[in-house]
Design a protein around this ligand. Sequence first.
Ligand code: FE2
Length: 124
Amino acid sequence: MSKIGDFIQGADWKREKHAPVIEVPETIKAGEPFTVSVSVGKEIPHPNTLDHHIAWIDLFFQPKGNKFVYHVARIEFKAHGELETYTIPAASVTMRVAQSGTLRALSLCNIHGLWESSVEIEIA
Ligand SMILES: [Fe+2]
């Protein structure tokens, strides 16, 4: 039986317009708020039309050595050209963590499916 993970694609966001981009501060301290930027199309813009767009990005955190991932945020992008109104697929999430780990972003293009990226964060 196939699993949903079989359909999640990954790539370097500098070469693939669908791969989510995750940007974090250089220094992150345990228990203190920090802001994560998530976006799609930073290097190579993705289409943003009613027919072809990024629908959402989910952000997860997996503490180092932990079996599970924790759902941090879902950002939905709802406007794709109605009367020239657009949501740009980019957002900021402010969060705090107690330990180092991996941030994982999952995005959905309504035509080209699910894409993921991840970055390691080290607590100072
Ligand atoms: Fe696409």
